[in-house]
Design a protein around this ligand. Structure first.
Ligand code: HEM
Length: 109
């Protein structure tokens, strides 16, 4: 994230570098599928983009060095909305019951 212009937000997250410690992984984020993206507000790893239009405008500027016109943004948002369909039902796995001596999670540093 931030190939042409750096990504500025109030979130301190810097992506995969937090796990690997490698500078090449700075601002590397897992990108969710764009299928049903119309239904999955808010956008980006920190949820800073509140609308699809804003997310597309940010993508254009930061990733491609391009300022899209209002009409181009309308067209791209209209295209992204064609990716809306039935939402898959996701069954979460039932984990073994936890006990007092169950290992506690260790959050990323
Ligand atoms: C006009 C072209 C593009 C459109 C319409 C577009 C659209 C989007 C949208 C809607 C998201 C938000 C996904 C979500 O949070 O659910 C996203 C995220 C992302 N896109 Fe793009 N994108 C474009 C170009 C690019 C390019 C050229 C790159 C890389 C070279 C890129 C890399 C990413 C990354 C890394 C994220 C995740 C960012 C984060 O979570 O902080 N995108 N894109």
């Amino acid at each position: 994230m931030g190939i042409i212009e750096p990504y500025n937000s109030s979130s301190p997250a810097q992506g995969r570098i937090a796990v690997t410690g490698k500078d090449a992984d700075r601002f590397s984020f897992k990108v969710p599928t764009l299928r049903n993206v119309e239904l999955t507000y808010p956008y980006f790893h920190d949820g800073e983009a509140e609308t699809l239009r804003e997310a597309v405008a940010v993508m254009g500027r930061l990733q491609l060095g391009w300022n899209y016109s209002a009409e181009e943004l309308n067209d791209m948002v209209a295209f992204l909305k064609t990716l809306t369909g039935e939402r898959p039902a996701i069954a979460l796995p039932l984990l073994p019951a936890s006990m007092d001596r169950t290992h506690r999670p260790e959050p990323f540093k």
